[in-house]
Design a protein. Structure first.
Length: 237
């Protein structure tokens, strides 16, 4: 009986040491992974990485992590025409993260995520003379955006405010489209075309991880929320 008690005590001690070592290892790996993602993705701040699952060390031996959550703030995404569109917050849940090249590369089998953009940042990326804000909800309950334009034209300065729909178009792009622009028909065609070009615009979020694609976008009073999904998502390379 004494030997059995000693054995049980040793099992508990070694089990606790293993758990402690496992948790130390995962925290170290999360910090190093965050450094690597910041470097390869060109982020302005270090992202938060949370590696799920236990034990971690067995996942390392298999070179495959079951579930990893990534949160990054202040992503500077260079969009259409070279404009910089700041993504306020990006969150992603990645599954089946496979590591290679001495753990310097990481690719997720699948991922889901979301990105949040403020109206202030969207306005900075808009065409000259255009500001974007919240436009309330449509009859179907979907959020809309308000686009205010104050632009110089060959016939003088023109101001217009419209309510636009926002949508996802092509890969990693969001588009603002006004259903109707007041007084457009009364303007010369070239001026009307210029006004429409400024008010209806598209911007790409080119700074998101490779393999991520936008699926939907929602306008809220706080900003724009974009949902995303992806396969073979590159975390680091």
């Amino acid at each position: 009986m004494r030997a059995l008690r000693i054995l049980l005590i040793l099992v508990v001690i070694f089990g606790a040491l293993f758990v402690a070592a496992d948790r130390i290892a995962v925290h170290f790996a999360e910090s190093k992974a965050a450094d690597r993602v910041q470097q390869t993705q060109g982020l302005t701040s270090k992202p938060e990485i949370d590696i799920k699952g236990f034990p971690f060390l067995t996942q390392v031996l298999a070179k495959k992590l079951d579930d990893v959550e990534v949160t990054a703030n202040g992503i500077e995404a260079t969009g259409t025409g070279g404009q910089t569109l700041r993504v306020d917050r990006f969150q992603a849940d990645l599954h089946g993260v496979r590591m290679s090249n001495g753990f310097s590369s990481a690719v997720a089998d699948t991922a889901t995520g979301s990105a949040t953009l403020s109206y202030e940042d969207l306005s900075k990326a808009a065409p000259t003379g255009v500001k974007v804000g919240y436009g309330g909800t449509a009859a179907d309950g979907k959020g809309r955006v308000k686009v205010s334009a104050d632009i110089s034209t060959p016939i003088g300065d023109i101001q217009r405010s419209v309510v636009s729909e926002i949508s996802v178009t092509a890969k990693n792009s969001i588009k603002l489209t006004a259903g109707e622009i007041p007084g457009l028909d009364a303007l010369p065609s070239e001026v009307g075309d210029l006004l429409r070009e400024r008010i209806d615009f598209t911007r790409a979020l080119a700074g998101l991880p490779q393999g991520i694609e936008l699926t939907s976008v929602t306008a809220t009073p706080e900003g724009i929320t974009v949902e995303a999904t992806g396969t073979k998502v590159v975390l680091a390379n």
